[in-house]
Design a protein around this ligand. Structure first.
Ligand code: NAD
Length: 350
C-alpha cells in the first residue's frame, strides 16, 4: 500500500495509525492541513473490507474538511478519523476509551466529532479520556430554541440561506412562489422543506420511505413523486438532500431546473459535471459550501458564543456563495472549480 504516492495523499500534514492490542482498536487519524487552525472532523466507524479502503476514505474526507472549513470562515483546518469495525457489534467502552487516547495523543491538532457509526454516547466515552471531542455539550441554536446537539437543523438553515442566495443570483427574486424539488426528506431535507414552505415556495418531494412524505403532503402541501422521477420534474430549484453523485451523465440530461442547491455531500459524480451545468445555465451551489451549517454549529458549541453569533455565521454561507457566483461569471469557470480555488487561496495563504 503506497502512502506518499497515494492518489488521495494530497499533502497531508500528519497521518497516524493506531493498533491497540487490548481492545482490538484499528484506527487512522488524518490531519490534512492546519494552516488556519487545529483540524476538526468526525470519526467514522465502518467495517472496511481492507485497511487500504479505510486509508482512502480518511484521506478523502479529511481533505474535504479543509476545503469546507476554509469557505465556512472557520479558524480551523480539515481532519478526520476512521475506526475499522462494525459499529453494530464492535463498540465497547474500552474501544471508545482507546480511541479517545489516540485522539488525545495528537495533542489537539485534531478535534473529533460524530460521523457514521459513532453515536453521541460513543463520543462521550471518548471524551472521558480526551480533551479534543466536539459536540458533546450543546449550548447554542441558530433559532434561539433549545440546543440538542444535532447539527442537522443548522445544516438545513444554511442550505435554505444558500438557496435564497442562488435564486437571487440566477432569477433575481425571492423563493416566494417558486417551485423547489427536494430529494430526500431526512433530518436535513424535511427541515429544509419546512423553511421553504414558510417562505412561500411550492414543494415537489421524494423519499424511499413514506413517513415524512405523508407529513410533507399533509402539513406543507407538497406534491409527491416517485424517487426515480425527481430528476425530470419541472422546478426552479433542485435540492439534493439524500446521497451523493446525483448529478451524473444519466440525470443531467433530464434536468429542467435553473438552480441546483442542496445539502447532500459529493453531488457531482465528477468535477466535470460542474462545467456541463454551467454551459446549460444551471446555477450550481457547491455542496460543501452550502451544507456547512452543521460544521459551523459544532464549532460554536465548542467556543464561548451565542445563538445570534451562530445564526450570523451560518448566514455568511449566502455571502460566500454570492462571491463564488460572481467570480464564476467573471472568469467563465464552473462554480465548483471557483470554490476549490477560493478555499485553496484561504488555507494556503497563511
Ligand atoms: P438522512 O439519512 O436523515 O436523510 C436522507 C434521506 O434520504 C432519508 O430520508 C432517506 O430515506 C432518503 N433517501 C435515501 N435514498 C433515497 C432515494 N433513492 N431517493 C429519495 N430519497 C432517498 O440524512 P441527513 O442527515 O438528512 O443528510 C442528508 C444529506 O446531507 C446526506 O448526503 C448528508 O451526507 C448530507 N449532510 C448532512 C449534514 C447534517 O448535518 N445532517 C451535514 C452536511 C451534509
Amino acid at each position: 500500500m503506497s502512502l506518499f504516492e497515494h492518489p488521495a495523499f494530497d499533502n497531508h500534514e500528519h497521518i497516524a495509525f493506531r493498533f491497540d492490542e487490548k481492545t482490538g482498536l484499528k484506527a487512522i487519524i488524518a490531519v490534512h492541513n492546519t494552516n488556519l487552525g487545529p483540524t476538526l472532523g468526525g470519526c467514522r466507524m465502518w467495517p472496511y473490507a481492507s485497511s487500504a479502503e479505510a486509508l482512502n476514505d480518511v484521506l478523502r474526507l479529511s481533505r474535504g474538511m479543509t476545503y469546507k472549513s476554509a469557505l465556512a470562515n472557520l479558524p480551523q483546518g480539515g481532519g478526520k478519523s476512521v475506526i475499522i469495525g462494525d459499529p453494530r457489534t464492535d463498540i465497547t467502552p474500552a474501544l471508545m476509551h482507546a480511541m479517545g487516547d489516540f485522539v488525545q495523543s495528537l495533542g489537539g491538532k485534531y478535534v473529533t466529532a460524530e460521523d457514521s457509526g459513532i453515536s453521541p454516547q460513543s463520543l462521550k466515552l471518548m471524551a472521558q479520556r480526551c480533551d479534543y471531542v466536539a459536540g458533546t455539550q450543546a449550548k447554542y441554536s441558530y433559532h434561539g430554541g433549545e440546543a440538542d446537539g444535532n447539527p442537522s437543523p443548522a445544516t438545513a438553515y444554511g442550505t435554505f440561506v444558500g438557496i435564497q442566495a442562488s435564486v437571487k443570483q440566477r432569477l433575481g427574486r425571492s423563493v416566494d412562489g417558486l417551485t423547489v424539488a427536494i430529494q430526500g426528506l431526512g433530518h436535513v431535507g424535511y427541515r429544509l422543506a419546512e423553511l421553504l414552505h414558510a417562505a412561500g415556495a411550492n414543494l415537489i418531494v421524494t423519499d424511499i420511505f413514506p413517513d415524512n412524505l405523508e407529513k410533507a403532503e399533509k402539513l406543507l402541501g407538497a406534491t409527491l413523486v416517485k424517487p426515480e422521477a425527481i430528476y425530470a420534474v419541472k422546478a426552479d430549484v433542485f435540492a439534493p438532500c439524500a446521497f451523493g453523485a446525483v448529478i451524473n451523465d444519466d440525470t443531467i440530461e433530464q434536468f429542467n431546473f435553473s438552480v441546483i442547491a442542496g445539502a447532500a455531500n459529493n453531488q457531482l459524480a465528477h468535477e466535470s459535471h460542474g462545467e456541463i451545468l454551467r454551459q446549460r445555465d444551471i446555477l450550481y451551489a457547491p455542496d460543501y459550501v452550502i451544507n456547512a451549517g452543521g460544521v459551523i454549529d459544532i464549532y460554536h458549541q465548542n467556543i464561548d458564543s451565542s445563538n445570534a453569533a451562530l445564526r450570523t455565521h451560518i448566514e455568511q454561507i449566502g455571502e460566500t456563495l454570492t462571491e463564488i457566483f460572481m467570480r464564476s461569471q467573471q472568469q467563465g469557470d464552473a462554480t465548483n472549480i471557483v470554490a476549490n480555488l477560493m478555499a485553496e487561496e484561504r488555507f494556503s495563504a497563511k
